[in-house]
Design a protein around this ligand. Structure first.
Ligand code: DQQ
Length: 540
């Protein structure tokens, strides 16, 4: 089936076949980036979970390795679930992961490389004393999973946190250890938020408020804020909040309780779940991996023989301009795939128009676009909907004075299929502007069995800044970043007509009054997988 075959990506991480979910234990060791992931070796649906493993020199071109850990002990018999790596100062690697036992109890286990002088870390040993942690009193047997990377306390102990819930309150438990084998449960919890349900895949790390680089997980001084992230099992989204970690109290306090974990900011307003960061000490950056689920039917996944992608790894930094959010940006290495640059300088896009962009291929493309709104329109903008929201709007078809405008990706010739990625600007009752960034899947596919959400949220725009977006399109995935990565939207798209040579790119402006001027740079992306590329070429 040509349409299903087209959905496989050219430069996103995915196993050769079958089901994948959460990123696990990412780390940099001895010249290689290691990536482990939740994997079903037996099919394209969730189940039989083991740890897949791959390595790369650049986070983009991956070499698949044998499965790192299988479910071969009573304490992980029902699955080798999610975990995190800690690299000790002496170079040892401690891998803590959740096992679902033969009785489906969630416990934490320790594993380590059999041979640290093997840079590929092919073989993993499970500690004979496993499990190292079982659900403590008061915690449900099914509510205790996904240990974090450990960080050092000022006393020199290692500290981890593990997500859970009590009734409907999401919480994160804290343990101290010196050897990763014996643990002390602390009486304080790191944080709790009522009504948020089970916290999966908690992540906890410092960001520098002063420097444009990432920080080792143990860094803790006056120049940091701490990010707490939880993956909400109830609504399947990753929420993060900036705050302060108070070591003595073993607690973390959000900067703004109104946007606490599970209430406020999301890493991504599309599909993005169970994410995890690690510190890349080689390049002094913190890198975020996120699992990108499918938005088609399970039957389609079974038919194509695979399900899920990982997003392009992103560098994460505190936004020193707004000071209210993080910025996320695709790792710079992805730019090594860029070729055939085409620039479209100052394209006038009058209200209500669509302008084709002559790029030879638009299925594997990196796009950067900047928009200027004509001044008069901005000044004369009437006060509009105080309560615009991407998901609650009519998408790119809903016209306002100052938007929507942006790009139509994965579009075909007659625009029967199109995925608009756009800005929508309103003037609020107080007279200030508010900018929204959205992706509209409602016309993305003629297929009826795929999700057609309208995704998005607000994006902070500071005085004097142009509106800018970056979009990575790779067959069935579209990753969109606004204002340098303040707001991100990842979508899965399943066109039936806008595929292969029929995939086109347009700039559009569906505002009722304002003309926008767009400056757009595009690059065709070469494949990160040489072999698959040859196959695909044959197919065409
Ligand atoms: N996936 C794992 C769990 C985790 C969940 C099981 C999140 O450890 O809580 O595959 O997607």
């Amino acid at each position: 089936d040509l349409q299903l075959a087209w959905q496989r990506t050219a430069f996103h991480f995915q196993p050769q076949k079958n089901w994948m979910n959460d990123p696990n234990g990412p780390l940099y060791y001895n010249g290689w980036y290691h990536f482990f992931y939740q994997y079903n070796p037996a099919g394209a649906v969730w189940g039989n979970i083991v740890w897949g493993h791959a390595v790369s020199k650049d986070l983009i071109r991956w070499k698949h390795l044998p499965i790192a850990m299988v479910a071969d002990r009573w304490y992980d018999f029902n699955g080798v679930w999610t975990g995190s790596a800690t690299i000790l100062p002496d170079g040892q690697i401690m891998m803590l992961y959740t096992g679902s036992t033969n009785e489906s109890v969630q416990v934490q286990n320790l594993a380590y490389p059999a041979n640290l002088s093997d840079p590929l870390l092919l073989e993993w040993v499970k500690y004979p004393g496993n499990p190292v942690l079982v659900p403590p009193p008061g915690i449900g047997k099914l509510d205790f999973r996904d240990p974090t990377t450990a960080w050092l306390t000022s006393e020199g102990k290692w500290r981890i946190t593990i997500g859970s819930k009590i009734n409907k309150t999401g919480i994160s438990l804290v343990y101290d250890t010196t050897d990763f084998k014996n643990y002390e449960l602390l009486s304080n919890i790191l944080h709790a938020v009522q009504g948020t349900g089970m916290w999966e895949c908690v992540d906890f790390y410092p960001v520098s408020v002063a420097e444009p680089n990432g920080l080792d997980t143990s860094t803790n001084d006056q120049s940091v804020k701490h990010v707490l992230k939880a993956s909400m099992d109830d609504d399947r989204n990753d929420y993060y909040t900036l705050g302060t970690y108070i070591e003595d109290n073993v607690t973390w306090v959000p900067d703004n309780p109104a946007i606490d974990v599970g209430i406020g900011l999301r890493y991504d307003y599309g599909r993005f779940y169970a994410s995890k960061t690690f510190y890349d000490h080689e390049k002094k950056r913190r890198i975020l991996w996120g699992w990108i689920t499918e938005g088609d039917s399970e039957a389609a996944d079974v038919k194509k023989g695979w399900a899920s992608l990982q997003g392009i790894p992103r560098t994460v930094l505190f936004d020193q301009k707004t000071r209210t959010n993080l910025v996320q940006w695709p790792v710079e290495e992805v730019e090594t795939l860029r070729q055939n640059n085409k620039d479209f300088d100052k394209v006038e896009v009058p209200a209500g128009s669509v302008v084709p962009l002559d790029v030879s291929a638009a299925t594997e493309i990196d796009i950067i676009a900047e928009f200027d709104i004509d001044k008069e329109a901005l000044e004369n903008l009437p006060v509009s909907e105080e309560h615009y929201s991407c998901p609650a709007s009519k998408g790119a078809a809903q016209r306002g004075a100052l938007g929507p405008f942006g790009l139509l990706v994965l579009a075909n010739n007659d625009l029967a299929e199109q995925t608009p990625v756009y800005f929508y600007v309103i003037k609020t009752l107080s007279g200030s502007f508010k900018t929204f960034f959205c992706t509209d899947l409602s016309r993305s596919s003629a297929a009826t069995d795929v999700f057609k959400n309208i995704y998005g949220s607000t994006v902070p725009v500071l005085k004097g800044e142009k509106l800018s977006m970056r979009i990575l399109v790779d067959h069935s995935i579209v990753e969109a970043f606004a204002q340098g990565g303040r707001t991100c939207i990842t979508s899965r798209v399943y066109p039936t007509k806008a595929i292969y040579k029929e995939t086109k790119l347009y700039v559009f402006n569906n505002a009722t009054t304002a003309t926008v001027t767009a400056s757009i740079k595009t690059w065709q992306m070469s494949s990160a997988r040489l072999q698959e590329n040859i196959e695909e070429t044959k197919e065409r």
